[in-house]
Design a protein around this ligand. Structure first.
Ligand code: HEM
Length: 376
């Protein structure tokens, strides 16, 4: 893993890196435990920008594949890339929903909740998915349940799949981080505690800061995490403007979101969430918007801090960290430079315009590519 001195100095000042992660409260006793401790502590990066040199050792179901815990995830990764990548190289609606899904599954935990967190309950509990804050996640949940079903004989679990989908989505989105990816979480089909994931009625910056503090995430971590809105669209805050993006480049993991939410001019056709505006204008969080939005240094700093904050988020409620398996090696390489095909927001209708511009042959190739996935 790469070593990033600039974030080490900031994060090593914090002393609470492991104490509230139950799986490490008794100490990091294994190699993977020590890696998690070091990445959350800031002495190693939680981003792994190495090049993929992993090849599945055998076909699915073969003994070679079964003996390698990451092998089945390499196959799942291939399926996900097909549905996460758009023709123009940007990431798709299912990719952005998967980023949100990962947060909404893991975010249902607080230091006093007693249970909840990254346990797959958003897929497995039919109550939890129906909460208002989860509006819009039904389609990606169905896709995930289809994958779970399709790979059930290989003993994958929902909790792993949800977080894996998040990490495949961020690296498929151009400029997105290649985040340390751990497999081996435990499932729960019990609906997690309510009130711990904010909905579209959140407008108070101080409230949001407190909500995330209670998940062991500091104000700067919160700002790093909400930067995921760089690939977001809204459908339920104002249904009359459904599909409007939260920044001008919703298929690219760039820092435009931070600059646009703090700009006095709103992006035409774009949508600003009240919660994002509130955080951009709250004393404890506003300077982080400036830091992450910096044209020269913002992307590198943000990607590294997003990865650290997300690894922490994705391990909330997880009590077996020492026994997880590192499968980052199956992820695609990060896309570190990208020219947006258009600065026009990718609303459903503009996606169609992109489709119309391409040749029929490409459309057939695309449909053929998607066919195996739509069978799920
Ligand atoms: C302050 C905390 C947050 C609030 C109040 C918030 C709120 C929202 C709202 C209201 C939407 C629009 C949903 C809709 O109408 O369709 C949304 C979308 C989204 N959120 Fe958040 N969010 C927060 C934090 C996060 C975090 C931490 C992540 C990921 C790590 C995230 C990822 C996303 C993504 C990717 C979308 C777009 C989904 C899509 O385009 O389908 N959000 N969020």
């Amino acid at each position: 893993m790469a070593f990033l001195p600039d974030i080490v100095s900031r994060q090593s000042a914090s002393s609470d890196t492991t104490e509230i992660i139950p799986g490490l409260s008794d100490g990091a006793t294994t190699e993977v435990g020590r890696q998690v401790r070091d990445c959350l502590g800031g002495t190693q990066s939680c981003e792994d920008n190495s090049t993929k040199n992993y090849t599945a050792p055998g076909p699915l179901g073969s003994s070679e594949c079964t003996n390698d815990a990451c092998c089945v995830w390499d196959y799942i990764q291939r399926d996900l890339v097909q549905i996460f990548q758009s023709l123009d190289g940007t990431c798709s609606r299912l990719a952005r929903s998967s980023v949100r899904l990962g947060f909404h599954d893991a975010g249902t935990w607080s230091t006093t909740s007693g249970y909840g967190g990254a346990d797959g309950s958003l897929l497995l509990s039919s109550d939890e998915i129906n909460r208002f804050e989860n509006n819009g996640l039904q389609q990606v949940r169905s896709t995930a349940l289809g994958i779970l079903d399709s790979y059930s004989q290989y003993e994958i679990v929902a909790a792993d799949l949800v977080q894996f989908m998040h990490n495949v989505a961020t690296v498929v989105c151009p400029l997105g981080p290649r985040i340390v990816t751990l497999i081996g979480l435990n499932d729960s089909s019990v609906a997690n505690p309510s009130g711990l994931v904010p909905g579209n009625n959140a407008t108070d910056g101080e409230y949001l800061i407190e909500l995330f503090r209670n998940k062991t995430l500091k104000p700067r971590d919160l700002v790093a995490l909400v930067g995921a809105h760089t690939v977001g669209q809204q459908y339920f805050v104002d249904p009359s403007r459904a599909g409007q993006p939260l920044d001008s480049t919703p298929g690219v993991w760039d820092v435009d979101f931070y600059r646009e939410v703090t700009s006095s001019n709103s992006h035409p056709g774009g949508f600003r969430l009240s919660s994002d505006e509130a955080l951009a204008n709250t004393d404890e969080t506003s300077s982080s918007f400036t830091a992450f939005g910096d044209r020269n240094t913002g992307q590198t700093v943000w990607n590294a801090e997003y990865a650290t904050a997300y690894v922490r988020l994705s391990l909330l409620g997880v009590d077996n960290i020492n026994h997880l398996t590192h499968c980052t090696k199956v992820l695609l390489d990060a896309v570190t430079s990208f020219s947006s095909p258009s600065s026009t927001p990718t609303s459903p209708s503009s996606s169609l315009k992109i489709l119309r511009r391409i040749s029929l042959t490409s459309v057939f190739a695309w449909v053929a590519l998607l066919a195996p996935v739509s069978l799920f």
